[in-house]
Design a protein around this ligand. Structure first.
Ligand code: SAH
Ligand code: ZN
Ligand code: ZN
Ligand code: ZN
Ligand code: ZN
Length: 496
């Protein structure tokens, strides 16, 4: 395990997942999350509610102390604010509009780029000063190419799969026999599924997109899109949408279902895991009794350095070596041809030996590990694993008795491997446990850490480092720089 990652307990903010008790107040993004500052000695700070989805106050300014009295006037103002942030049309209206739009002659099909909306003839006048473009039937089937990717660095930057990655995902799922794909934050995958269904040569697959970006509602029918927040499992259309999800998860005619999620990278792992568990539970309840104890097949796409956190939430998951890459992400492209390697991986509870990674791209099967690995990920006979996490060739350190990153050297005074320029002498152990202050263990091993279900609040998003002015407590402590700072750098790089 990468020790620089184990070090990310440096931020004293934890998320307290809802336990069914007092309902959280709502911001425009649904129920807020409860956060708690934790002091170094483990003492608990004052709790507060903040937006589940936005990492920047500019995007959602909601803030409330847990014990704060909120005046009637403020409650009303808040409700009005939440109301004003609703999409301009209901899901039903969007569907009706889409049907109308699709039946228009080609020369009347226009898309307003400024408003990011398909225009009906009667609306064109009102948008006459805006930039609008013609829409062909082919373009109408590729909304992810038509909509401007949200590039909000802090909360909701959209990174769209390359053809290579989206085809790989779809081919893999098809080969595994899945007939229904629940696309959580994966609009491009949903689109590809629908496109492929048009080719008669494939068995059709069904897909349902759950996404917070309601612009997608314009292109899909009621049972293909739900406006959803994956950080609090909130359906903006309430019961109607959860019923659609339920219907989708009911594996009618033995059609196997799988979930594929590609959340914003800065997302809090625990709330995401909580939402995915709830989806899995919903699925489980719909299973026949002999199958009701199993888990819903899932793929969670996230950077490799989140592995410890994801496995903490989902111990049955495996991280695969496949490098997911993105069209509109200049820095992280698939390796091999000299381009930089992507740090984004698949985490899944599907048996890794069944997920065949393409040989022509440099993956091979390790018969000992029983999984496909990247060419540079050589099996270490001492560790008995293919150890590399980041795509580089790792090397075994006989003192540490484990494989480490190629750039690390064994340091005598720290008695561990580290970067040659590490802060020598400042080993992790000396910082002690962030939860209880003991010098004998780190927070991960803390015997009292699970007294409530918690998650660490992390800086950075698919999008970059967090900057929440009133929540100054989110900032990492300067002194503990190494792990957190390095990771923040990685995160920032992801956002370029
Ligand atoms: N690679 C994917 C897109 C991933 S970008 C593809 O090509 O299909 C992250 C996606 O998650 C975007 O579609 C974004 O709109 C969505 N998203 C971001 N925050 C979200 C939230 N809180 N709840 C649900 N979806 C969210
Ligand atoms: Zn919000
Ligand atoms: Zn080794
Ligand atoms: Zn070593
Ligand atoms: Zn040292």
């Amino acid at each position: 395990m990468d020790t620089s990652e184990a070090n990310d307990d440096t931020l004293g903010i934890e998320v307290i997942l809802p336990d069914g008790g007092k309902p959280a107040p709502c911001c425009p993004h649904g129920p807020t999350l409860l956060f708690e500052k934790v002091g170094k000695g483990g003492e608990k700070g004052r709790r507060f509610y903040a937006c589940s989805a936005c990492r920047d106050r500019k995007d959602c300014k909601f803030f409330q102390w847990e014990d704060e009295k909120v005046s009637e006037a403020r409650v009303l103002a808040r409700e009005a604010e939440n109301q004003s942030k609703r999409p301009p049309f209901t899901q039903q209206e969007y569907c009706k509009r889409f049907r109308k739009f699709a039946s228009l002659p080609l020369d009347e099909k226009k898309f307003c780029q400024d408003c990011q909306i398909l225009l009906l003839p009667a609306e064109r006048e009102a948008h006459s000063s805006h930039r609008s473009t013609a829409v062909t039937a082919a373009q109408l089937r590729r909304p992810s190419a038509m909509l401007r990717p949200l590039d909000n660095k802090k909360s909701n930057a959209q990174y769209l799969f390359t053809d290579r990655s989206s085809h790989f995902l779809l081919d893999t799922l098809a080969a595994l026999g899945y007939k229904r794909v629940l696309c959580v934050g994966t609009p491009r995958l949903q689109e590809l599924i629908k496109l492929r269904n048009l080719e008669q040569s494939h068995e059709p697959m069904k897909s349902l997109l759950l996404d917070i970006d309601f612009r997608y509602a314009q292109f899909y029918s009621r049972d293909e899109f739900c406006h959803y927040n994956m950080f609090n499992h909130h359906f903006f259309d309430g019961e109607a949408s959860s019923a659609i999800l339920q219907a989708f998860l009911t594996e009618a005619d033995g059609e196997k279902v799988v979930m594929v999620a590609d959340p914003p990278f800065g997302g809090l792992v625990k709330p995401l895991a909580n939402s995915f568990s709830l989806i899995s539970q919903t699925w489980g309840k719909l299973q026949s009794s002999d199958n009701s104890n199993s888990d819903m097949p899932m793929m969670w796409i996230f950077p490799y350095f989140f592995e410890p956190r994801i496995l903490e939430c989902f111990p049955s998951f495996t991280m695969l070596d496949y490098q997911v890459d993105y069209d509109n992400h200049p820095l992280y492209k698939h390796g091999k041809t000299g381009r930089k390697q992507s740090p984004v991986r698949l985490f899944t509870n599907i048996s890794p030996r069944d997920v065949v990674l393409p040989k022509e791209e440099g993956y091979r099967f390790c018969s000992v590990c029983q999984r496909f690995v990247w060419s540079l990920n050589r099996h270490c006979t001492k560790c008995n694993v293919c150890p590399s996490k980041d795509g580089r060739e790792w090397k075994h350190c006989s003192v540490c008795e484990k494989c480490v990153k190629p750039s690390w050297r064994h340091c005598q005074s720290c008695s561990r491997c580290a970067l040659p320029d590490h802060l020598c002498g400042l080993t992790e152990g000396k910082e002690g446990c962030f939860n209880c202050g003991s010098l004998k263990h780190k927070r991960k091993a803390c015997p009292v850490k699970d007294t409530h279900r918690v998650s660490r609040h992390r800086p950075g998003a698919k999008s970059g480092a967090k900057n929440v002015s009133h929540r100054h407590v989110f900032k990492a402590k300067g002194k503990r720089k190494s792990g957190a700072a390095r990771r923040a750098k990685k995160m920032a790089a992801l956002s370029v």
